[in-house]
Write a protein that binds this ligand. Structure first.
Ligand code: HEC
Length: 113
C-alpha cells in the first residue's frame, strides 16, 4: 500500500509540474506571437511559423532547445551583451517585458528544435 501511495504521489507531482511548465510555454508562445507584447515574430520565424511582416531582420530561430536557459534569458534581456551591433531590441533592459514574461518566453524558446 505504501508503495502504491508513493507511486501515486510521484505521478501526481510530475503531472502538476508538467502542467505548470506547459502553461508557461503557452504564455511564452503568446508573448512571442503577440504584436503588442513581445512581437518576436515580426523578426523571427520559429516552429514552422512564418514571419508576420515584410522584413526578416532576425534569423530563423532553431536549435534553441540546446541553449542554456541563462543564455536565452540574457539574449532576450539585452542582445547587445552578445552582439553589440544587434538589431534586436533589448526587451528586459528597456522594460518592454517583465522578468516573468521573459522567463515564459525562454520556456517557449526551449521548445524550438
Ligand atoms: C526588430 C527585429 C527583432 C525583434 C522584434 C526580435 N528579434 Fe531576436 N534577433 C534579431 C536579430 C537581428 C538577431 C541576430 C543578431 C543577434 O544575435 O543579436 C536576433 C537574434 C535572436 C536570438 C539568437 C538566435 C541565434 O540563433 O543566435 C534569439 C534567441 C532571439 N533573437 C529571440 C527573440 C525573442 C524571444 C524576441 C521577442 C521577445 C525577439 N528575438 C525579437 C531581431 C529581432
Amino acid at each position: 500500500m505504501k508503495k502504491v501511495l508513493t507511486t501515486f504521489a510521484v505521478v501526481a507531482l510530475s503531472a502538476t509540474f508538467a502542467n505548470a511548465n506547459s502553461d508557461l510555454v503557452k504564455e511564452g508562445e503568446k508573448i512571442f506571437n503577440t504584436k503588442k507584447i513581445g512581437n518576436c515574430f515580426a523578426c523571427h520565424a520559429a516552429n514552422g511559423k512564418k514571419i508576420n511582416g515584410p522584413g526578416s531582420l532576425g534569423p530563423k530561430l532553431q536549435y534553441l532547445s540546446s541553449w542554456p536557459e541563462k543564455a536565452l534569458y540574457d539574449k532576450v534581456y539585452d542582445p547587445y551583451t552578445t552582439n553589440p551591433i544587434s538589431a534586436m531590441p533589448a526587451f528586459g533592459k528597456n522594460g518592454v517585458l517583465t522578468d516573468k514574461q521573459i522567463k515564459a518566453v525562454v520556456a517557449y524558446l526551449k521548445t524550438i528544435k
